[in-house]
Design a protein around this ligand. Sequence first.
Ligand SMILES: [Zn+2]
Length: 249
Amino acid sequence: MRTRTKGLILNEQSVGERDRLITVLTRDRGIVRCFVRGGKSFSNKSFAATHTMCYSKMNIFVGKNSEIVDDAELIRFFSELRQDIEKLALVQYMFEIAICCIPQGLDSEKQLSLILNCMHFLSTGDRSDKFVKTVFEVRLMLSLGFVPDILYCYGCGCYEADVMYFDCQKNSIVCSSCAKEGPNMLKLSRGALTALRYIIVAEPKKIFSFNISQESLDQLSQCSEMYVLSQINKHPGTLDFYKQVCTVT
Ligand SMILES: [Zn+2]
């Protein structure tokens, strides 16, 4: 069987002397791994369109035990993100989370659009890296069915307070009167909670269209990261690398 799809290459590895194995987030079949036969050669017709960070159209042969790229045509290569170590590290983290969380065989249009949008905003610099990372974390989890309860305090049912907390164990918000202190409680200012609510309900095209102070973004970013880590079964090594790079730069 042969299929035609569009996909973003999230990872590539060398196989033997001539071939490469690529991991692709496809629009219609989730995460797919396929071989590029002769893919190490510059003269290979798919060479330019099958590297990490390429968004490409692909014809794929689906065999019994493996899938092989017949040919690939480049739509966009985010080469500019390779020039900035902090952005590159963030993209690698986003890719690792995507590979870890997005299942095979499912329609992944939402997730693919989200990552492409995040890469676009990282490229233009219109939003800070931390802003993009936060939106990515919240929306990716949301698209996979992990929805935090951010409407009311789970203790008293209040909607707002000057300070509320996100309880990472219960994946829910709680006000300062009801919260019991602990490492799982992350502080959320009014601004941070408003932004979190916005990211969750906004139309896909508008998820980057909000303003937030640096202090509130710092709180929200910590919260979204903890939320992702609590939903996946492994600690992403790329997150440590991203943080190291942020500290140095
Ligand atoms: Zn309460």
